[in-house]
Design a protein around this ligand. Sequence first.
Ligand SMILES: [Zn+2]
Length: 478
Amino acid sequence: MLNILTSKTNTIGQTKLNLLVIPVIGKTVLKSLEKSGFKDSLHHHLNFADLTDQAGSSVLFYPQDRKFTERILLVQLGKNKNTDASKTIFKAIGAHITKHATTGIVLPAGQEKILAPKILSNAFKDSFRFHEHRTKLEDADKHKLETLVLFSDKKIDNEIKEALVFGEALQTLKQLAHRPANKLTPTTLAEAAEKVGKENKFSVKSLNETDMAKLGMGGILSVSKGSDEEARMILMDYNPKAKKTIAIIGKGITFDSGGISIKPSKDMHEMKFDMIGGATVIAILQIASALKLPLHLVGIICASENLPSGKATKPGDIVKTYSGKTVEVLNTDAEGRMVLADGIAYAQKHYKPNFIIDIATLTGSVVGALGTKITGAFGNNSKNNKDFAKATQDCGEDTHFLPLYTGYSEEIKSSVADLANIGKGAGAIAAALFLYEFIDKKIPWLHLDIAGTAWDKDGPTGVMTHSIIHYLRTLPKR
Ligand SMILES: [Zn+2]
């Protein structure tokens, strides 16, 4: 993790920097810098250089007196207060920031508390690399940023502490998600959860296949049947004495080949990411524990591989889930809902939650509907849906609520079992309706389909982690 320091703006010059980033608004250098020794050179560059009034316009220069910084980057924030300044700054800094070992950023007055966490979250994102399996690092693999100094005239210790908590948890999530299926199995995912639990003081245990067979968890076991790797139901428990219990259930398919309904080979390697919902649950428990959220959180990861073999579940097979409901498996690639069905039933039976959230890279259909920038959400309680939508907005994570349209319930009916595991069209809705069949209707429930947003070209995004925590924080007051 990066080393984060804070300092008063009038101490600029006391810390040796490789790069100092100074946001400007119009032609005005931030008031706090007026007294600094390099005022004249700043004004020269403001008036003379190619800095426009357009937000994001930037100029990099090398001050004559390089005693305290080798470079200064002026970044125009623009006069429109509605633009997200952190994004503007980061777009402009872009290539610069991770190239330099020590970078200082001056936080504009009045925006310190909002900007600091956003800047840090961007810096952590930018500096994350997955190096576990490289024997030699190329220059391009390295980032040089070691220390980030935030110059602020307001106290921002709490904001920084919190940003670090998020940064560390997201690092856990990304590290786990990046591990390929031969390095991360349901068993090693359970071990990783145990390690995080030990370090963050929440308890973790897991059910193995023998335990699950005794309980009759036909849903998850039908998925792991084709794999030599044992499935695991990972159970994390934070703060059990709190009044409200929230169950957060994540899909943890450590590799999804599709099973007998096998996927095309192109991009199949990305299916190592099919456990990101589960990794998100670990990150959420880690953050909740560090921030001491006054809630009882139960994190459940339904972890399995989905592979074809002579033992694998075949299309047409009928399985009995933990809830007692039977399912005709029409497509073995619709395995996420099979494992989640058992996770939901287990949560309801053993923890009596007041609220259930599930998060899963569930359907290709949600990508067709919303693309790769918007998470698909569903819920059975319109007030909660609205509140959660607000939380995602506050966190800058784009989400769209899709209808839990019961007019399609017929589609997941089977002629030979209680349910079929796929519908005919509107796949994301059919998947949500399938899960809804296992939800106790008295319990408010949110379902997040992150199939389009869980990873991008740079790898896992950590999507919804901020929003879920932000939302959970509002729950104890209700
Ligand atoms: Zn699948």
